[in-house]
Design a protein around this ligand. Structure first.
Ligand SMILES: Nc1ncnc2c1ncn2[C@@H]1O[C@H](COP(=O)(O)OP(=O)(O)O)[C@@H](O)[C@H]1O
Ligand SMILES: [Mg+2]
Length: 257
């Protein structure tokens, strides 16, 4: 497999509204790709198309060499997806949530128990297994959700804003683990609002009004536009886009007007 994700001109319209327009990028296996962009930019919509759960209006993409249009089931089996909303059962214990997701991924018997034990250790959940999920803090819930997404040993992990509203210690834990998994060969696609997180990605995509307005490694992107930090770089791109935008977006919206 040369590319973990090969996305060519992907677009999505909801009725007359264009949520995603002509998104093209490629990432090799074992790398971390970050999406950065304001709320409503289209990050989740792109992610859902790549997961094979939302049919693109235009364009094509292969994920782990499978076509999102014709082979969505092959994709779903091989990826771990942590959605933006909590996907856990709040009234079940941590352990029961893991059992439930093991079932969803068709893990049975000895194999299911082994994977569950592996994930509990990986996420440091040993002392939490018999706690009800609703009683956990946001950071711990996210750990459990990540554990559920890793049970079947996915080749690609897709995380939609996994650290939004999560405390700094959990955030650090999360990202250390993401880097460890990538070192072991897993590909990671992650959306985030935190530029310190974005900085550590191998590739970054800035998403703005449904379009990928910049793509590259953080270092080469900063070098290209002679900016020394990602915040300035992002604002620079947004100002460029805003100047061309027919909706005449003002930067007041960004607190810069
Ligand atoms: N199922 C849907 N029907 C109509 N509009 C949608 C739907 N899903 C998302 N949108 C719209 O598409 C745009 C992009 O949304 P989304 O992908 O969730 O952005 P982000 O994840 O970057 O915050 C938003 O304006 C949102 O309201
Ligand atoms: Mg979103």
């Amino acid at each position: 497999m040369k590319l973990a994700i090969d996305c060519q001109g992907l677009s999505k319209r909801f009725g007359t509204y264009t949520a995603v327009q002509g998104v093209t990028f490629q990432i090799p296996p074992g790398t971390i790709m970050g999406f950065v962009g304001p709320n409503g930019a289209g990050k989740t919509t792109i992610i859902r198309m790549l997961c094979g759960v939302l049919v693109p209006t235009e364009g094509q993409a292969t994920v782990l060499d499978y076509d999102v249009l014709t082979q969505p089931e092959e994709i779903k089996q091989r990826i771990g997806y942590m959605s933006q909303k909590f996907s856990l059962y709040e009234d079940l214990m941590v352990s029961e949530n893991l059992d439930f997701y093991a079932g969803v991924y068709s893990l049975r018997g000895k194999n299911a128990r082994a994977e569950k034990t592996r994930v509990i250790k990986l996420l440091g959940l040993e002392d939490r297994t018999s706690q009800l999920v609703y009683a956990l803090s946001g950071g711990w819930k996210q750990r459990v959700a990540l554990g559920c997404a890793l049970l079947h040993g996915p080749q690609l992990l897709i995380l939609d804003e996994p650290t939004s509203g999560v405390d700094p210690v959990s955030r650090r834990f999360f990202w250390d683990l993401i880097h460890q998994l990538a070192k072991e060969g897993m590909t990671i696609l992650v959306s985030t609002h935190y530029m310190d997180e974005a900085e550590t990605c191998d590739y970054l995509g800035f998403i703005f009004y449904g379009r990928l307005i910049a793509f590259g490694s953080p270092a080469e992107m900063k070098l290209r536009e002679a900016k020394d930090n990602l915040d300035d770089l992002f604002i620079y791109y947004v100002e460029h886009e805003a100047a061309d935008d027919p909706r005449n977006l003002t930067l007041k919206k960004w607190g810069r007007g």
